[in-house]
Design a protein around this ligand. Sequence first.
Ligand code: SAM
Length: 233
Amino acid sequence: MGKNKLQRFQENKGFKNLYEPSFQEVYRKDYPLKGHWTQKVFKNNHPIVLELGCGKGEYTLALAEHHKRKNFIGIDIKGARLWRGAKTALEKKIENVAFIRTRIELIESFFAAGEVSEIWITFPDPQPKKEKKRLTSPGFLNRYLTFLQPDAIIHLKTDSRPLHDYTRQVVEEWEGMQLLEADTDIYGSGRQSTDPLIAVRTFYEEMFLAEGKPITYLKFSIKTGQGIATLQE
Ligand SMILES: C[S@@+](CC[C@H](N)C(=O)[O-])C[C@H]1O[C@@H](n2cnc3c(N)ncnc32)[C@H](O)[C@@H]1O
């Protein structure tokens, strides 16, 4: 492992806005902050928005600066990437941001029923061969349902047309979800340059744009109280 990475892991331990529980601490167990993020971490009663697979956290930070009356939590498994986001938040004194280092498969251990109002899923691995691993598969959506508020919003930005189409199909097949927006080329569909959807870009988004790939977007609402049991996983 590179020296730089080890240094970052060491620094991460001192960041007050980064939470890194071990697997044993959260596997089939509630994390102590479950149900208490606004009160104990953000010390306000603003809604919580998650970014799943946030990488270096640029998008979480940009959204947090844009929406001061919301709290943002970026989640990723890679500590060296999260280091960048957590450090920038501390340097810029962005108080409405936190980061969690964990596998998204364990996300139910972190949030209580109704604790989260919105989720951004930004450029996840499309997992072409393993449907169950897609972050918008019924298995993952059922996990999110355990902690989402009624009629919560989920956003998906991806360069993968198959993942976009797959997710759209999942949304359309289940009556508990409602498609609110679908765009297969957000930079080619005449949006104003000030539209936050294109004005704020993730690290991977910049890379894919430079390669000339169209960036797609889906926005849908999801009702809590009914699982996605009707769909085949
Ligand atoms: C392609 S990168 C995108 C990063 C960022 N969203 C962006 O657009 O720049 C995917 C990220 O998801 C994270 N990731 C993938 N699967 C994960 C999982 N099961 N749990 C936590 N993080 C995951 C990876 O570590 C990586 O940082």
